[in-house]
Design a protein around this ligand. Structure first.
Ligand SMILES: Cc1cc2nc3c(=O)[nH]c(=O)nc-3n(C[C@H](O)[C@H](O)[C@H](O)COP(=O)(O)O)c2cc1C
Length: 385
């Protein structure tokens, strides 16, 4: 995986947000270099980006007559952010009239543009035509968002959020080992209601499932997530269907099974629900004895209908982790199960044991995203073996 990210910076007011973005790209472990248009320097001096990247920032050929070739050769990925509609149009038309646009012409790797502009400028016919040209050519355009703009109007044109841009960088630099595969992931906690207000639930944050969705999208899969309640950030550019109860989760999962190649059942589905759900709020008088009944066994049902699909389950246990997980692997007809000790729920650090019919592998990572990379790698290997 390439680690050299060249950031092209143009003269848009959203440049102040890109100072933060450049710092974050570097913090994620990439080597970052910056090339600016002369107009961009009127907004923020190159010294800011030199400090943030640890490299000299170039705006012209003063120090290196082959700067456009050398920068293009160095880069594994070229991101232009903020990308003015002026530069976007020049890139679409193949114009090289400054170091940045000339470097684009000398470069043939993955290119990401993150434009930002006033709504009327963004929506203008030439810009939209040039945008289409770029997309048809395979350039990734992280389209601007709706919001209050620097011109104090509200509309489409705001620079995409940092998380979205970072996600596209990972996407562009990840090999597409799951290209053509359709993936269904469940995650988050279900709620089983006693009355319209109160419910039985658990502490699942959804972070593991969302991280798996992100990594699988990076690998080129077409990912759909069915999520209960979550506190983690939704993955960018992934379809997320929201459900509340285990019954809704079951219905959505069954609807989505058709045409899916890989199913990852990560949701913390309630095993029990109140036998009776009151229509009105239960009044506070005396003690309340709740009678619970079993909810449907979604993973068991999917296991029976799985056919050629690769089915991954999760088991969270307070005792006999590996033994219980291995039993679930067999009983539910799974291809892989990830057994987690209960303390991973809601925590950033993640550890567990990955079990297949062939063996077991322990893992421990500082974040669920790192665990997700490891688990997706193992899924890819298992389906290609
Ligand atoms: C204060 C100010 C803010 C600007 N903001 C934007 C912007 O957000 N998006 C954009 O496309 N152009 C914006 N422009 C216009 C560009 O700066 C202008 O088209 C310039 O020629 C871009 O040059 P470059 O693409 O070489 O950096 C702005 C101009 C000024 C003076």
């Amino acid at each position: 995986m390439g680690r050299n990210v060249l950031v092209g910076i143009t003269g848009g007011i959203a440049i102040y947000k890109v100072c933060d973005l450049v710092r974050d790209i570097r913090r994620e472990g990439y080597n970052v270099r910056v090339v600016m248009t002369p107009f961009a320097e009127r907004f923020v001096g190159r010294i800011t980006f030199e400090t943030l990247t640890g490299h000299r920032v170039l705006t012209d050929w003063d120090v290196d007559p082959l700067a456009h070739i050398n920068l293009a050769r160095w880069a594994d990925l070229f991101l232009i952010a903020p990308c003015t509609v002026n530069t976007l149009s020049k890139v679409a038309l193949g114009i090289g009239d400054n170091l940045l646009t000339t470097t684009v012409l000398a470069y043939d790797g993955p290119l990401i543009l993150a434009p930002a502009a006033n709504t009327v400028m963004w929506r203008s016919a030439p810009v939209q035509e040039n945008l289409k040209k770029l997309k048809d050519r395979g350039v990734i355009v992280v389209e601007p968002e709706w919001g209050v703009l620097a011109c104090e109007e509200e509309g489409e044109g705001k620079l995409a959020g940092k998380e979205r841009i970072l996600d596209w960088i990972h996407y562009a630099l990840t090999p597409k080992r799951l290209k053509g595969k359709r993936v269904l992931i469940t995650c988050g906690a279900t709620r089983e209601y006693l009355d319209p207000i109160r419910f039985i639930s658990n502490e699942s944050s959804g972070e593991m499932g969302f991280s798996l969705a992100r990594v699988m999208r990076w690998e080129g899969a077409d990912v759909k997530v069915i999520a209960g309640f979550t506190t983690a950030e939704e993955p960018p550019e992934v379809e997320v269907i929201r459900v509340r109860t285990s019954e809704e989760m079951r219905n959505e999962v069954m609807k989505a099974l058709e045409g899916v190649d890989i199913i990852v059942m990560n949701a913390a589905v309630s095993d029990f629900r109140p036998k009776k759900r009151e229509d009105r709020k239960i009044k506070r008088r005396g003690d309340l004895i709740l009678e619970l009944e079993r909810t449907g066994d979604i993973i068991g049902e999917v296991g029976k209908r799985k056919g050629n699909r690769f089915l991954v389950g999760f088991a969270l246990e307070t005792e006999d982790l590996e033994k219980n997980a291995r039993r679930k692997l067999k009983e539910k007809n799974l291809d892989m199960i990830i057994a987690n000790p209960h303390d991973v729920m809601g925590s950033r650090h993640h550890r567990g044991v990955l079990l297949t019919r062939e063996g077991a592998e322990e893992f421990s990572f500082p974040s669920k995203l790192e665990s997700a990379k490891f688990l997706v790698d193992r899924i890819v290997r298992a389906i290609s073996s």
